[in-house]
Design a protein. Structure first.
Length: 101
């Protein structure tokens, strides 16, 4: 891969991450907290989840650490801040992202 292709790929990845954060209002997709966001793999990489835009959502450090290697859906429904509205929004984002590849 040439240098320009690497830069372009990195730029595309950065743009997709920015769009992802914007979709969730620059807040944690799980708890809704504003602040520094980390990339959370909905299907953990430990279990074969890809490091791709359709498997990544923004999460605060607290939620990302708490979830760890667990399945996002199962973990999220057990949290005191669980919101069906946010769960639907997460699923819609993942579905739409997957459909637009």
């Amino acid at each position: 891969m040439t240098v320009s292709k690497k830069k372009r790929k990195r730029s595309d990845t950065t743009t997709k991450w920015e769009r992802c954060k914007a979709y969730f209002g620059y807040r944690c997709a799980y708890c809704g907290k504003a602040g520094k966001l980390t990339k959370d793999h909905v299907i953990p990489r430990h279990y074969g989840g890809p490091d791709m835009v359709f498997n990544i959502i923004p999460a605060c450090q607290s939620c990302n650490s708490s979830k760890g290697k667990r399945n996002a859906g199962q973990w999220y429904r057990q949290q005191p801040f669980y919101s069906m509205g946010r769960e639907v929004r997460i699923k819609m984002y993942l579905f739409n992202t997957c459909m637009n590849l």
